[in-house]
Design a protein around this ligand. Structure first.
Ligand code: GDP
Ligand code: IMO
Ligand code: MG
Length: 425
């Protein structure tokens, strides 16, 4: 199988970064196709913790080439800061990192508009990451965006800013913020363009050539299926297509180039930000779970505590279908190690289809099955056969309920804390 898409099956933070890092040992090319620095992927490799936002997690493996596709939105400052942080870890980028000319640029007014409009929404706020992602994608679809290719041509960049900034300043004024000065944005961003232009490349052509040669390509999803702009829990979603289908339009590759889709799901559920969450734990149940710090359930991007809930297989069946998932990677099984019993949601009362209407989802009453816990540490276990029988029963029940085989089980943040049921590449 020369090319695999790795996508999130819940509301993000499923452990996609870890799975991509593992698979990138066998892949030559790693591609991010959508989203921006709203993503946060944490990887622990050889005792070092890396945090990624825009750069594909596969960059840790020195043999890989990494690509940021045309469907992404790039905050140049954040991109350059991420490069510096990774350089400090000894990672090099020359001839290994390629940024599409078609990606859109996140500008200061996008960030401000995101933060101010969230504030203005009060209790109806989405709980965005405040990185300007929504306003940037909105400009793209309204054909008011500035792309990397434009940013890298000073005259064109200046001309577009002159055309667009007055309307942006008007919007800022309505939200009570002072106007932004064109010359300041221009100077600052022209400087970023100088620093990032060596990475700008015809990504789509490079990927086409790699696919023709039959080289292994790994597509790294960001966010999760229920944050998808169309099929997610709208309006509590992000602004890009987070599904396997979005990989094609975001990377500029044809659907025939993706041979397999791996859906990453936690052994329970989390969500950060607002919006309905039918299986969210009660206070009492939460007290039985490891704390947010120990469970690594504090957001990589914004430092917010993630909301925690039981595994929802009604939701997973829906997102397996939306993504055409071939195999699941179940992460963070070890976080359930100390529980006496574990609940799995198998459906919601009075509906056979996953609700589209937000009010319906808010009022959803889950049906649960309760399985016995294993009350033993799984984190040192090296092969599936050594898992406690109750843990095996739990993962097999997930397979049954989702009608999808499990290929990877993760029992700790580190690379080696992985049980392989399928080797994929
Ligand atoms: P992503 O956005 O999908 O890549 O996920 P994040 O990196 O934002 O969040 C997952 C968090 O859980 C990170 O801190 C990972 O290091 C950690 N993690 C991943 N897999 C496991 C696992 O199997 N067990 C534990 N305990 N932590 C894990
Ligand atoms: P990774 O790739 C979890 C959430 C935000 C908010 C909503 C909209 O690490 O899984 P946005 O800033 O995108 O407009 O916010 O989407 N969100 C994420 N939640 N993981 C992410 O990325 C997320 N990216 C966005 O919390 O609810
Ligand atoms: Mg994350």
């Amino acid at each position: 199988m020369p090319s695999i898409a790795v996508v999130g099956m819940q509301w993000g933070d499923e452990g996609k970064g870890k799975v991509v890092d593992l698979l990138s040992e066998q892949a030559l090319h790693i591609v991010r196709a959508q989203g921006g620095n709203n993503a946060g992927h944490t990887i622990v490799a050889k005792g070092v913790e890396y945090r990624f936002h825009l750069i594909p997690s596969g960059i840790i493996s020195p043999h890989t080439k990494c690509y940021i596709g045309g469907g992404t939105v790039i905050d140049p400052k954040s991109f350059l800061e991420e490069l510096s942080a990774l350089t400090a870890h000894g990672i090099h980028f020359e001839e290994r990192l390629f940024l599409s000319r078609y990606a859109h640029v996140v500008l200061p007014y996008h960030r401000l508009l995101d933060q101010l409009s969230e504030k203005a929404k009060g209790s109806a706020a989405v709980g965005t990451t405040g990185r300007g992602i929504g306003p940037c994608y909105a400009d793209k679809t309204q054909r008011h965006g500035i792309r990397i290719t434009d940013l890298c041509h000073p005259a064109s960049f200046r001309h577009q800013l002159e055309r667009l900034l007055p309307a942006k300043n008007e919007q800022l004024h309505h939200l009570g913020a002072p106007a932004l000065a064109l010359s300041e944005i221009y100077e600052e961003y022209a400087g970023y363009a100088e620093s990032l232009k060596s990475y700008v490349a015809p990504v789509e052509e490079l990927l086409y050539a790699a696919a023709k040669k039959g080289e292994n390509i790994l597509f790294e999803g960001a966010q999760g299926a229920l944050l998808d702009i169309t099929f997610g829990t709208y309006p509590f979603v992000t602004s890009s297509c987070t599904l396997a289908g979005g990989v094609c339009s975001g990377a500029g590759v044809g659907p025939s180039r993706i041979n397999q889709t791996i859906g990453v799901a936690k052994a329970y559920t989390t969500r950060v930000g607002n919006g309905p969450f039918p299986t969210e734990l009660t206070e009492e149940e939460l007290a039985c779970f490891p704390g947010h710090g120990a469970a690594r359930e504090i957001g990589t991007t914004t430092g917010r505590k993630r909301r925690i809930g039981w595994l929802d297989t009604f939701l997973l069946r829906h997102t397996c279908a939306l993504n055409g998932v071939d195999a699941l990677a179940i992460t963070k099984l070890d976080i359930l190690d100390s529980l006496d019993s574990i609940k799995i949601c198998t459906g919601y009362e009075n509906t056979r289809s996953f609700p589209a209407r937000i009010e319906e989802l808010k009022g959803a009453k889950p049906f649960y099955e309760t399985l016995p816990g294993w009350r033993r540490s799984t984190t040192g276990i090296e092969s599936y056969k050594d898992l406690p029988p109750q843990a095996k029963a739990y993962v097999r029940r997930i397979e049954e309920l989702c009608e999808t085989p499990i290929g990877i089980i993760s029992v700790g943040p580190e690379r080696e804390k992985t049980l392989w049921l399928d080797r994929f590449f």
